[in-house]
Structure formats: C-alpha cells, structure tokens
Ligand binder design. Structure first.
Ligand code: C5P
Length: 229
C-alpha cells in the first residue's frame, strides 16, 4: 500500500546565502524541489502528498508536483511545526496505522532503491524508522574556543537522513509530546525516541545529502549526474 508523503519545504535556507530558498535553486536546469518530488513519485506513484510551503512563497509552481493526489499546507516556525501542520491537515483521511514518510525537500539525491527498501522494511515494523548512514569521520568535541578538547567515539553513531517513516498516530503523538516537553526536535525519530521507542536504522546511501551550505548544490549536481550515468 502506498504511504503518505509529507515534504517540509517551508524553510528559508538562510545558511545558503542565496536570493531564494534553497528548494528553488537550480540543479541541471530544474529546481531542487522538482527533483525531490520526481524521485518520490518514481518510488511511490500512488502516494498522497502533503507539501508544506511558506504562506507567502512566490517561487512555487504546481507544475513541479507530479502527484495526482496532493495538497499544500502552510509551514510553521520550525521544521517540526511544518510537519505537524501537515499531519493535522490529513487527520481526517489518514488512518491511525497508516505509514507516513517525511522527506526533506532539500534531499533531492535520495534514490528510488533506498526509498523502496525503507518502505519494505517499515511495512511490518511496529515502530518505524529512518534512512541513516554510519559516521565515517573521526568526531571531535570542541572546547568552545576553536580547539579540540576530546575525540568522541564514532562507534555506533549514525547520520540521520530522510525519509523517516512512522505510523500516523504514533508520529502525531510523538511530535506533540516532544514540543510540549520543550525538546529540540530536528527529526521525527528523535520525538519517537523520547517516547521510549527505538526507530529502525535502515542503512542508506551516503550521497543522500541535504543541501544546506552553498557548496552542497554543486555536490548534489555531481551526485545526480553520477546516478544517471
Ligand atoms: O533547515 P533544514 O535544511 O534543516 O530544513 C530541513 C527541511 O525542513 C527543509 O526541507 C526545509 O524546507 C524544511 N523546513 C520547513 N519549515 C521550517 C523550516 C524548515 O518545512 N520552518
């Protein structure tokens, strides 16, 4: 069964320092947002999409949405607020146990293979989970003054990627409680973990990068070209 898709795309992407939000920067002649939605559609053509956009977004063009069944919801102050807006917008249609995949619009390089594998793994997982990749670099703790004060073990450390997928009811409850407790919620899994549940780590590709800093756009262009070759 096709999952629900929530794509938060209401960030301003200030760290990019560009003239427009990063989801509208061009990759091989198409906006990042169009690439991301195309990948999701390839993997889940029958999915229903909820796209979080800033209310006064002047760059968005609905022609970039390949899904037949989709809706637009306003973004919130933080990513988690945008995702909650989306979940509340589909509350009447989504069942308690429906699988919801949340994917950052800023990750256009996610592969159809990874999407399909995540979906297959989560199909019968009681908790849910996320694409993730093991940390490869040696991890340094800074002393607050620009010097390394310690080396942290990277054993057992993973980078959390997206999509992250959970059952509708669990996800909505987890995000609501995390906000109520004042936790910093930068992904869905952290909120579920705070409920005492352990999301499944599904090993994904390292090139599923999040476009955050200016140099990431060139990297994403290279990744897309390499994946197409
Ligand atoms: O800022 P960052 O790149 O971590 O944002 C991750 C994702 O969350 C992006 O897809 C961004 O558009 C989205 N976002 C959002 N609403 C916000 C902040 C970020 O939908 N208020």
């Amino acid at each position: 069964e096709a999952p629900w898709l929530v794509v938060p795309a209401a960030g301003r992407g200030r760290r990019m320092g560009a003239d427009r939000p990063k989801q509208y920067l061009s990759l091989h002649g198409r906006p990042v947002l169009a690439h991301t939605l195309a990948r999701l559609h390839q993997a889940f053509p029958a999915a229903r999409l909820c796209l979080c956009l800033e209310a006064d977004d002047r760059h968005f063009d609905p022609a970039w949405v390949p899904f037949a069944d989709w809706r637009r919801v306003p973004g919130g102050a933080e990513r988690v607020d945008s995702v909650i807006n989306a979940l509340d917008a589909i509350a009447g249609d989504a069942g308690e146990h429906d699988l919801v995949l949340v994917h950052d619009v800023a990750r256009p390089c996610v592969t159809v293979d990874d999407l399909a594998r995540l979906h297959a793994v989560l199909a019968d997982d009681p908790v849910g989970g996320l694409l993730a990749t093991p940390v490869a670099d040696t991890m340094k703790r800074d002393d607050g003054a620009g010097r390394a004060s310690a080396t942290e073990s990277r054993v057992g450390l993973w980078h959390a990627l997206t999509p992250q997928g959970f059952r509708y009811g669990l996800l909505r409850r987890a995000l609501g409680e995390a906000l109520a407790r004042g936790l910093a919620v930068t992904d869905e899994a952290s909120a579920v973990e705070a409920l005492g549940q352990a999301p499944r780590l599904v090993a994904g590709r390292r090139d599923n990068l999040k476009i955050t800093h200016p140099e990431d756009l060139a990297l994403a262009a290279l990744v897309l070209a390499a994946q197409a070759a």
